[in-house]
Design a protein around this ligand. Sequence first.
Ligand code: NAD
Length: 498
Amino acid sequence: MRRCGADLDAAAATGTEGADTVLARTPLTGGTFARLPAATAERTDAAVDEAHRTFHHWRTVPAPRRGALVKRLGELLTAHKEDLADLVTIEAGKIRSEALGEVQEMIDICDFAVGLSRQLYGRTIAGERPGHRLAETWHPLGVVGVISAFNFPVAVWSWNTAIALVCGDTVVWKPSELTPLTALACDALLARAAADAGAPPGVHRLLLGARACGERLIDDPRVALVSATGSVRMGRQVAPRVAARFGRCLLELGGNNAAVVTPSADLDLAVRGIVFSAAGTAGQRCTTLRRLIVHEDIADRLTERMVHAYGQLPLGDPFDAATLVGPLITTAAHTAMAEALATAQRDGGKLLTGGDRCFATEAPDAAYVRPAIVRMPEQTEIVRTETFAPVLYVLTYRTLEEAIALHNDVPQGLSSSIFTQDQREAERFLAADGSDCGIANVNIGTSGAEIGGAFGGEKETGGGRESGSDAWRAYMRRATNTVNYSAGLPLAQGVNFL
Ligand code: NAD
């Protein structure tokens, strides 16, 4: 693991070096290989200005023709899948198959959005007045400001952008300051798609920068929708600012996802599902499994198997096809993980495996860490907190009611699952008084959602929904139309006037 750009390493932990520079770095070594100019306030305003002006034209382009742009983007993403996946691995540290999977997700959402471009349906509603027609029309909303996190550096952008573009919106994107090169590549591919499809270049603008740049973007009243993905801390800052100007927010924030494992579970299947969800992407997915709630009769057996499975996980260079666990994004992420493990142990938790840092000599500025499992006596504050690293807390339960209560007793509400072969237990978990999350699964883990469903969560996760199903509605405005084609003027609710 060779170290590069050592002089820039301290700044690299945050991805910035003063307000005017964004650093391109890699978690593979912790090294920095480029300095990029950050967007100034003037550049941010100009980007919104251009997107806003372009919107006035773009909203009048028929939706299927807007779909032609997204179709071309999907073709270009398919042609450049390997290259884009390389950048995801270099900047976010994802293993090869997950990086390729993230680009595949982009291609899938483009397919979905192209189909959607002919299906932005409104409703015809039964009205109460004769000779009147009551209907709903969906119109483009405006400029969408997309703020994204480091851990899905391209998929989250595409979820928002592909849907926003077919909905007739234009997009200004502020990606994570930790993944600027993947963002430049996406922006270049979309610019090429726009040129090929005859769409105006101003449908998309990219702003590289950190928090200050994001704040300038979200405060701009011309940004009709702020779609922000990241930590709860970020959401707490963003939501009130956007609300203060009556803008719309779509928030996709942190999770603290759990799986309940019941005595009837198929343990072979459960172990595979749990290990992928908990240790995959080095624990750096918003849907990563962080809490395992196991029936006390099978807890020892399951944790033994989990510890064994964790012992088989190859850790190291994410470009190596055999590697299943790559690096954490920064050494600061390892520090947060070590602190969480220390707190959990002070709370009476028993570290069953992992937590140790590897390759510290070869790559002192990188953070390769073995995924950890901690058996907890109860759901303490640290268990209720999202630590963005591979720490799986194991809790036990006696009754399903107790398991569901434990499951829901956290501030976040993103993803959840139950492993069971008992239909009553499965349905109970999915019922109105079961899991309180936006995603509730049976016999698969908490991570790895398909694009066809609406993605998002409740409580501190922010309540937003993106990607499939009818999530497109967040990117449009609804108009209710009443048309009177009669010669009379009957008033609603039987009111008489004049
Ligand atoms: P982060 O909150 O540090 O940063 C996310 C983005 O917000 C970055 O682009 C950052 O520059 C920007 N930002 C931060 N403060 C801002 C402010 N005040 N105004 C405007 N922009 C601001 O998150 P991260 O470390 O990059 O990502 C990890 C977090 O994201 C985890 O909590 C994870 O659960 C969450 N996440 C959630 C989802 C989801 O869909 N729910 C998906 C991916 C990641």
